[in-house]
Each structure stands twice: as C-alpha cells, then as structure tokens.
Design a binder for this molecule. Structure first.
Ligand SMILES: Cc1ncc(COP(=O)(O)O)c(C=O)c1O
Length: 298
C-alpha cells in the first residue's frame, strides 16, 4: 500500500511558504472542513510541464468566486506557486493539486471574516484507471442512484469540494457492485457524466457529448471538443437520454486524471474501443507532451 498522504517526503506550498510535506497542517476547526468551503484543482504534469496550467489556474479563481471566496492571488501568482511546488518536488510526470479553503475565524454557516488559505502540492501519479487505461477492453460503468443536481441547488460549475460528496457516494455504489466507476444522470434524468470525468459517445464516425449545463465543463472535455473539430470529426453537444446509449458503438470518458479512457461496459451493454477512441487518445497523447507553459524567466 502507498504511504498515506500526510506522511510523505517532499514539499507543500502553504500560504506563501514552502514547507516540509509533513508540516503542512490545518486546524480541525477550519471552516472549509465543516461547511465544505473549499475549491481545488487537479492538474497533470507531463515531462515536467503542467498541461493547461493557465486554464486550471483561472478555474481555481472562478470556482472560488462562485463560492464567494477571494483567493487573493492572481492567475500568474497561482501559476508561479504551481511551478515552484513542481520544482521543489522534482516531479516529471504526476499530479498537481492547488486547494483554497476557509479558515478558523468564524465557526458558523456564515464565513464573511474567515481567512482564505491556499496550498499547492504535487506528486508522482500513475494512470487513474490503471491497469485497464482504455488501451485494452475499457472501464466498466454502472448507473447509480446519485444524480447531478439542478444548477440552482449547488455550485455545479465550480470545482468545489462539496460537490464531490455526491461523486464519492456514486463511485462507492459502482465499486461495491464490481464496476470501475459511476454512470451518472442529472436531476432531469439525462445522461450527465461519471464521478470524476466527462463522457462522450460515438456512432457512425460522429461524436456526441452531453451539454455541460449542470456539471463541470472539464478542461479535457473542452480540449477534446476542439481536437475533434481540428481533426474534422463531427462533434455535437446535445441531450442524451439513458435509453439511447445502447445505440452507440464506442464510448470514452475524459478528465485530467482519466485523460481519454475507453469505456468497455455501461451496466450490461458492452462497447469495443474503436478507431475514433484510439485516434483521440493518440492525438491527446501528442498534445499533452508538448511544452505548452514554459517557466517564466526573470
Ligand atoms: C466531476 C468531474 N467532472 C469532470 C471532470 C473533468 O474535468 P477536467 O477535464 O477539467 O479534469 C472532473 C475532473 O476534474 C470532475 O471531477
């Protein structure tokens, strides 16, 4: 078993200071822990460079704004702290996690005077769905009872920790039934996404994906849509109902962690990863290996 995340070697950037990993602590009465006042990012490091660093850094600020939190850092400062922690931990291929949360000044629902804390950390990380990884038969998804909520009910477009309570319950339900991940509908019963990735369906050489109107519009999702357009593959954002999914030939999920992972099964319906999934995976691999955000020089 891997070492727990609070007992590792390395460095964590916390509120402007680079601390030894085990010393980066917060108090048990932090507002973020009790009331879900926390936003974060998940970023991939490829060959020493963070993929889409600018987009993730902007989304951290946008997520915080949606939760009425002010991070107090510009996008450029977030990018610099991200690169500093990457360098301190000497990670070539891994995962980078910025997080911002409300501190301890008030312990009540309101949090107007609570300080916003920020931390960045980074570690080596293998494939999310390893070992299947979509290169073989693909991952198995199960329709679960948990749904993506109405945008008037939750900050669905923010990468907010509170939203992940639903994702964790959904993923546990799927795993307990022997599947890899959850197939989630939204509050209207439409196909939405998985617990931590967006979903795409392929039929007759064309790709369709649900509109991101009540779940995270993933940076990988947006990248894949652009890639398909650039490659001349027809792609449409549209409503997909669960009773239509057996009509499709190929399915894949996308996310910073999942990258592009083929789906081999949803409930009892099996899919075979085909040529479009493979072309998209190859194109994504090429794109992520480009150095898109070189470190600034003084
Ligand atoms: C619920 C959810 N949907 C979709 C995604 C994919 O987003 P991205 O491609 O920005 O990683 C993620 C991962 O962050 C997620 O947690």
């Amino acid at each position: 078993m891997n070492a727990p995340f609070d007992d590792r070697d390395g460095f964590i950037w916390l509120d402007g200071r680079m601390l030894p990993w085990r010393e980066a602590k917060l108090h048990v009465l932090s507002h973020g822990l009790h009331y879900g006042g926390s936003v974060f990012e998940g970023e991939r490091v490829y060959d020493g460079t963070v993929f889409k660093l600018h987009e993730h850094s902007q989304r951290l600020i946008d997520s915080a704004t949606m939760l009425d939190m002010k991070i107090g850092m510009s996008v450029e400062e977030i990018e610099d702290a991200s690169r500093d922690v990457l360098e301190a931990n000497n990670v070539a291929n891994g995962y980078l996690r910025p997080i911002a949360w409300r501190g301890c000044e008030e312990m009540a629902v309101s949090a107007k005077s609570n300080k916003i804390h920020v931390a960045f950390t980074c570690w080596d990380w293998p494939k999310y769905f390893f070992p299947k990884g979509g290169e073989g038969s693909g991952v198995a998804l199960k329709t679960v009872k948990w749904r993506r909520p109405d945008p008037l009910t939750a900050p669905v477009h923010a990468k907010a920790a509170g939203n992940y309570a639903i994702g964790t319950m959904a993923k546990h339900e799927a795993m307990d039934a022997g599947y890899d991940d959850a197939f989630m509908l939204d509050y209207k019963g439409r196909v939405a996404e998985s617990s931590g990735s967006n979903i795409f369906f392929i039929k007759d050489g064309a790709i369709r994906t649900p509109k991101a109107d009540c779940f995270l519009n993933g940076i990988t999702r947006q990248t894949v849509i652009q890639m398909a357009k650039d490659m001349g593959i027809p792609i449409e954002e549209t409503t997909i109902m669960p009773d239509e999914i057996s009509d499709y030939d190929e399915v894949f999920v996308t996310g910073t962690a999942a990258e592009i992972t083929a789906v081999g099964k949803i409930d009892n319906k099996e899919y075979t990863p085909g040529s479009i999934t493979k072309r998209m995976q190859e194109a994504y691999k090429d794109l992520t290996r480009q150095k898109v955000a070189p470190r600034k020089t003084a």
